[in-house]
Design a protein around this ligand. Structure first.
Ligand SMILES: CC(C)(COP(=O)(O)OP(=O)(O)OC[C@H]1O[C@@H](n2cnc3c(N)ncnc32)[C@H](O)[C@@H]1OP(=O)(O)O)[C@@H](O)C(=O)NCCC(=O)NCCS
Length: 225
C-alpha cells in the first residue's frame, strides 16, 4: 500500500459550496505519510488545541445534558454560543445529537425533529424552511475501507430550502435540491434533485413535488418539545 488515503473529490465539494455559500467546513485533515504508505499523526481537522478543546467540550455537554433541557431558548443559545449558525424561527428539538456544533448551519424557519443525529464534522448546511422529522440521521462521511489505516473521508452535506426529510431516514453525504422530499426510512446515498421525492434503500425517485406547494413556513416550536 503506497497511496495516500482517499479524499472527497474537490469538484463535488466545490459544487456544494456553490449551491450553499453559507456552508462552513472544518480545516481539512493533516497527516504524515510514511514511505510504506501508512499514516502517522492523523488529525481529521487541522486546527489549534484551544479551538478543538472548545468544540469537544461543547459537543459533549450538549449531547449529554443540554439537548434534554426542555427549553428551545436554552438549546438554541447554547448551540449558537458554540459556533452553530441558526437563523430566526428555527428549532432543534430535544434529544438530537450534534457532532461538531461549529460547522452546523441552519437557515430561517427550520425544524429539526426529536432524536435526530446531525453529523456536522465535515460541514452540514440546512437552508430555509427545511423540516427534519424525528430520528433522522445525517452522516458526515465514511472511511477509506481499503486503506490499512481506515481513515475517515469527510464530505459535507447541503440541504436546500423547503426540503422535508421524513422519519428515520438516513442521509449519506449529499446535496439535496430545493423542495425535495426524502420518504420515511429512506437511505439516501447520492444527490437528490430539486423537487424529487425519493424513498427506499437505496433511495430512488418515487414522485415529483409540485413547486406551487413551496409557500409554507417550516417554523414549528411546540412548548417544551
Ligand atoms: C414520501 C411520502 C410523503 C409519500 O406519501 P404519498 O404521496 O401519500 O405516497 P403514496 O403512499 O401514494 O405512495 C406513492 C409511491 O411511493 C412509494 N412510497 C411511499 N412511501 C415510501 C417510503 N417511505 N419508502 C419507499 N417507498 C415509498 C409507494 O409504495 C408508492 O409506490 P407505487 O406507486 O409504486 O405503489 C410518505 O410515504 C412518507 O414517507 N411520509 C413520511 C411521514 C413522516 O415521516 N411523518 C413525520 C411527520 S414530520
Amino acid at each position: 500500500m503506497s497511496r495516500p488515503p482517499a479524499v472527497t473529490d474537490p469538484q463535488i465539494v466545490a459544487r456544494k459550496v456553490a449551491a450553499a455559500p453559507g456552508l462552513r467546513m472544518p480545516p481539512p485533515p493533516k497527516y504524515d505519510l510514511r514511505p510504506d504508505g501508512r499514516v502517522d499523526n492523523y488529525r481529521m481537522q487541522d486546527m489549534g488545541l484551544l479551538r478543538k478543546a472548545r468544540n469537544r467540550v461543547g459537543q459533549l455537554l450538549y449531547n449529554m445534558v443540554v439537548t434534554y433541557i426542555p427549553s428551545h431558548h436554552v438549546r438554541l443559545a447554547y448551540l449558537r454560543a458554540f459556533g452553530a449558525k441558526i437563523g430566526k424561527g428555527s428549532s432543534v428539538n430535544r434529544g438530537t445529537t450534534i457532532l461538531d456544533i461549529e460547522f452546523l448551519t441552519i437557515g430561517d424557519d427550520c425544524c429539526v425533529g426529536a432524536r435526530c443525529m446531525l453529523d456536522a464534522r465535515a460541514g452540514l448546511y440546512l437552508g430555509d424552511n427545511v423540516i427534519l422529522a424525528s430520528d433522522v440521521h445525517m452522516l458526515g462521511g465514511g472511511h477509506d475501507i481499503n486503506h490499512p489505516d481506515f481513515l475517515p473521508v469527510p464530505n459535507p452535506t447541503v440541504v436546500e430550502d423547503y426540503v422535508w426529510i421524513a422519519s428515520r431516514a438516513m442521509t449519506l453525504p449529499c446535496h439535496i435540491g430545493r423542495g425535495a422530499v426524502v420518504a420515511a426510512q429512506a437511505v439516501v446515498i447520492k444527490d437528490v434533485g430539486e423537487l424529487e421525492v425519493v424513498g427506499g434503500n437505496p433511495a430512488k425517485v418515487i414522485a415529483k413535488r409540485d413547486p406551487e406547494g413551496l409557500q409554507y413556513s417550516g417554523r414549528f416550536r411546540a412548548p417544551f418539545w
